[in-house]
Design a protein around this ligand. Structure first.
Ligand code: HEC
Length: 193
């Protein structure tokens, strides 16, 4: 569908050039605007959500939870006694990785794809990548916005880890999965709602 959107206005643009004198062509606003936008999107790299989740986002949150689980105090927060240089630095690095990926989501200029063609297989009990694509196509801007919010939260965790602000870091380690769920509820297991 997107391919058609990209190709048709370009073909019309070619016609418009050939009939450059005809006022009805040069004045038609939909033809003068569309090719640039369609071309920009067609040329930008797609953002592959599943690849990002599997190779970047999930490993980074696992690293964060590892730190959290190994340094947990009785209240479920981070125990300052158990947070050494290594733990703080692991936390900062993983949070920075999450933030950078969220910023990539927010800035995605090309089409947002659930998965690459070779990575579409799901278990029977899972939501299919075709369904996920449908949810993404319904609201690509919502995906970018949530990616940006996720990035902000992850940047806050990163700076709390850098400044060793244990209260903020404790809250964010515990709360990070909420921002995962917010996006998943709209774009992944939306049907199950
Ligand atoms: C801005 C939206 C968004 C955010 C934020 C987000 N995800 Fe996802 N995630 C998705 C979408 C869409 C899918 C469904 C496509 C897929 O299966 O990869 C998904 C799928 C996944 C999957 C399944 C990957 C697979 O094998 O199919 C995992 C694991 C995952 N996310 C982990 C996370 C974690 C952990 C976080 C938070 C630290 C997170 N995600 C934040 C959108 C998001």
């Amino acid at each position: 569908m997107r391919l058609l959107v990209a190709v048709v206005p370009l073909a019309l643009a070619a016609c418009a050039t050939a009939y450059a004198q005809a006022p009805e062509y040069s004045q038609a606003p939909e033809y003068s605007q569309a090719p640039e936008y369609a071309q920009a999107e067609a040329e930008a790299e797609p953002y592959y959500v599943r690849h990002a989740m599997q190779t970047v986002v999930n490993p980074a949150i696992v690293a964060i939870w590892d730190v959290g689980n190994n340094a947990m105090n009785e209240d479920g927060g981070l125990d300052p006694e158990l947070m050494g240089d290594e733990q703080w630095s692991a936390l900062a690095t993983a949070a920075g990785t999450l933030a950078a990926e969220g910023e990539r989501m927010a800035a995605a200029k090309g089409p947002i794809r659930a998965a690459s063609p070779g990575n579409m297989t799901t278990e029977e009990f899972e939501i299919s990548m075709e369904d996920v694509q449908g949810f993404l196509d319904d609201d690509p801007q919502g995906f970018r916005t949530m990616g940006g919010e996720f990035a902000q939260l992850a940047r806050m965790l990163e700076s709390a880890a850098v400044t060793r602000d244990i209260d903020t870091a404790s809250d964010l380690v515990a709360g990070m999965d909420v921002s995962c769920s917010v996006c998943h509820a709209q774009f992944w297991y939306a049907e199950a709602q």
